[in-house]
Ligand binder design. Structure first.
Ligand code: GAL
Length: 733
């Protein structure tokens, strides 16, 4: 039987510290750091003894990802290397292990090696050095299952079929004969079908026909099936499980269809980076990001800008029904032929790693925003189509009329706001017409893959007026995408703020392009997306205001944008008669849920908005079908009353991360946006804090991640000078 064991523990980093993977070579400050600090060579070493039951088995160490240019040696002899920082690789130890202590050492090179993607030009993100993903020890029989590719042909037919292409691993050259038994199990683990066959080569094809009562994988019911394989040869038994789903995904000139149904894509781009730890986060944090995108931002797609991301993230997308557009590493720059050959290799590695994820609906086979290059991109497309004929290709470009070699024209459309840059352009439209971007006089499958971002960077603590404009721009593009018939949808830039190079961002090594900050705390613009979700899945009522007389230029809070999926909003200001307002369908005719815009005049001339008048409390109520369903209260004289601590759950597995959010609230439960005093974080028990122990609040909120270390309890204590301490306990195990 196959054994897969975590190999994350007890690595010695740079000859001194004993560390646990995932690990970042240099823990960075939140901002204003030198991004060259991790751009050098680092060494990890792990000493272990081969155990008795490894005898006669194939012994492999599997690395999910290391940044970058990894070289692996066993007892001083180099046994494996892998240049790309985003795809997995393996080191085979069989036959090389000695009695007693063995030392596996891994050197990685965090420098931005221009010979490999994504390097060679400037890139607007960081590529933090480290063995930043999990490492596994795998023991198998000498003949074992190397890879499985599952397809579900004609998936929308009543009765379904499954094919699986299985490749065997036989490094010792044993006789290739034996049997393979296969069983499909359903979402409830019940058996769906079985088959058994003999084989005489290292590739074999399995198929299942006439499967009935199969549940499709879709956004609301992401049903997952498992193909369980048992391989028997004279060398022993190997077992292997692969999850998959039954679904059809395709882009046409009408838009995007999932299982035959037209769905407007509403997505955001995600970088896999976190404050302090860079890329070094494991299953829990990556899975949590998927949950945030699906459940808090109510999106239906994430683009893994600009590289293959953690399989933990993709697994979670499979489990919760979040579509994914995955792409190869790179940013604007194309290197020489060897560089391009590596990029083609990246296409292969990405697709072979991820072809069984039902959530992935499109392969990105161009370097993001790079210039046309016919030979190179014909080859990336050819390889993608050859490896996976079931998915279409896309390739993200930002130039009009670029050469269309892919199946879907995926376009970064940063038109909105161009008037500020180009004085000749007076009437920016939120999105250009697809024919202007493609340069083609016929329609093609088309999706907008970025907008906003650097056109209007907005910090979570920026002034209210800027927040309102940030919100408005996201609303405008989203509305335009919903209105563009034939456009599959849009994917905005971006979900979370991220650390970046000096050549980008606000000088502090941060791009404030997210609708959430780096801790995934929402800015107002987050509610642009959340409010497009069905009310049944969660009501949203987010007035875009800090609720103060003098925050905006001149004064007042009007016009007030209320982001909501209610169909009416009632505003009660002081003792004035309540005012009702309705979704602004005139300006946002295409959105599922247009925002409500409340205007000062709705209250009557001068009734509320005078400088010098007393500022009063307010209540904003959201109604559906005439019934009040959600309410927000605002106090005219906020003071800090509550220090709130919200861990993402009450249990965390050993070695996994948990995010904890901290906020300071006023008397009626609103965040105090201008409260930036520090808080002290203290973790005791079986947990370790990631990042510093004293941090400021930003926009009245901050967060941190901890990592469980052992089995037991973790006590979290947060102290704020004016509000005292709050504590909570989570269990680690
Ligand atoms: C795009 C690029 C992204 C990001 C974004 C900022 O051009 O593809 O990676 O830099 O701009 O808006």
């Amino acid at each position: 039987m196959r054994v897969l064991r975590s190999f994350n523990d007890q690595w010695v980093f740079e000859g001194k510290d004993t560390v646990r993977l995932p690990h970042t070579a240099v823990e960075l400050p939140f901002s204003y750091f030198d991004e060259t600090s991790y751009q050098k060579v680092f060494t990890y070493e792990k000493t272990f003894e081969a155990e008795a039951d490894w005898q006669g088995r194939d012994v492999v160490v599997h690395f999910e990802g290391a940044m970058a240019n990894a070289k692996v040696s066993l007892n001083g002899q180099e046994i494996a290397s892998h240049v790309d920082g985003y795809t997995p690789f393996e080191a085979r130890l069989t036959g090389l292990l000695i009695d007693g202590a063995n030392t596996l050492s891994v050197t990685i090179d965090g420098s931005e090696n221009p010979a490999i993607p994504p390097f060679g030009g400037q890139i607007d993100y960081l590529t933090y050095a480290g063995i930043y993903r999990d490492v596994w020890l795998r023991l198998t029989s000498p003949v074992s299952i190397a890879s499985v590719k599952i397809e579900t042909p004609e998936v929308l037919a009543q009765s379904k079929s499954v094919t699986a292409a299985v490749t065997l691993h036989n490094p010792q050259g044993h006789a290739l004969e034996g049997t393979i038994s296969a069983m499909i199990t359903g979402p409830d683990n019940a058996e769906v079908a079985t088959t058994k066959t003999g084989f005489t080569s290292d590739t074999l094809a399995l198929s299942f026909e006439n499967l009935n009562d199969i549940h499709l994988w879709d956004l609301d019911s992401p049903n997952l099936y498992t193909l369980n394989l048992t391989l028997d040869t004279a060398t022993g038994r190997d077992t292997h499980k692969t999850r998959f789903g039954f679904r059809h995904a395709g882009f046409t000139t009408e838009g995007f269809h999932l299982n035959g149904q037209l769905i407007k894509i509403r997505g955001l781009n995600r970088h896999q980076s976190y404050p302090y730890a860079g890329y070094a986060m494991g299953r829990a944090a990556n899975a949590r990001d998927a949950d945030i995108l699906k459940n808090e931002l109510r999106l239906n797609l994430a683009r893994t800008s600009h590289y293959p991301q953690s399989t933990w993230f993709l697994d979670r997308c499979d489990e919760i029904g979040l579509l994914v557009f995955e792409e190869i590493p790179g940013w604007q720059h194309i290197g020489d032929e060897a560089w391009q050959a590596q990029s083609v290799e990246n296409v292969r590695d990405m697709i072979k790693r991820d072809w069984n994820h039902p959530s992935i609906i499109l392969w990105g086979v161009r370097v993001n925003e790079s210039p046309d290059n016919t030979v190179f991109y014909k080859e990336t497309n050819r390889v993608a189509r050859e490896l996976d004929s079931t998915r279409q290709t896309g390739g993200v470009r930002c130039h009009e009329q670029s050469e269309f070699l892919e199946d879907v024209f995926t376009m970064n459309d940063f038109n909105l706001g161009m008037d500020e840059f180009d004085t000749h352009k007076t009437q920016p439209v939120a999105l250009r017409d697809q024919s202007q971007c493609t340069g083609l006089d016929y329609k093609v499958p088309y999706m907008v893959t970025e907008y906003n971002g650097h056109m209007y960077p907005t910090k979570s603590h920026d002034q209210e007026q800027r927040q309102a404009e940030h919100v408005t721009r996201h609303l405008q593009v989203l509305n335009a995408a919903y209105g563009a018939t034939g456009t599959a949808g849009s994917v905005g830039w971006c979900a979370f703020d991220y650390n970046t190079h000096k050549d980008f961002g606000s000088g502090d090594r941060l791009c404030y392009h997210g609708v959430m900050d780096m801790f995934r705390a929402p800015k107002f613009a987050a509610s642009v997306y959340a409010s497009q979700g069905d009310p049944e899945g969660g009501l949203v009522l987010e007035p875009v205001t800090y609720y103060a007389r003098g925050e905006r230029n001149i004064h007042g809070i009007m016009p007030l944008i209320v982001l909501t999926n209610c169909d009416e909003v009632e505003v009660q200001y002081g003792d004035f008669p309540p005012v009702s307002a309705f979704p602004d369908r005139e300006n946002y005719p295409h959105l599922p849920h247009a925002p409500v815009i409340v205007r000062a005049l709705d209250f009557g001339e001068d009734s509320l908005d005078g400088w010098g008048m007393s500022w009063e409390d307010g209540v904003i109520v959201g109604l559906r079908d005439g019934k009040a369903v959600i309410r927000r209260s605002f106090t005219s004289a906020p003071v800090p009353t509550t220090l709130k601590l919200v861990p993402d759950g009450d249990t965390v597995e050993d070695g996994q991360e948990m995010r904890v959010m901290i906020s300071v609230l006023d008397q009626v439960g609103n965040k105090l946006h201008h409260f930036s005093d520090p808080v002290t974080i203290d973790i005791s028990g079986n947990g370790v804090l990631i990042g510093p122990g004293i941090v400021p609040l930003r926009a009245g909120v901050t967060g941190f991640w901890l990592r469980a270390d052992g089995i037991g309890e973790i006590t979290i204590n947060v102290t704020q000078a004016r509000l005292g301490s709050v504590a909570c306990t989570v269990s680690a195990g």
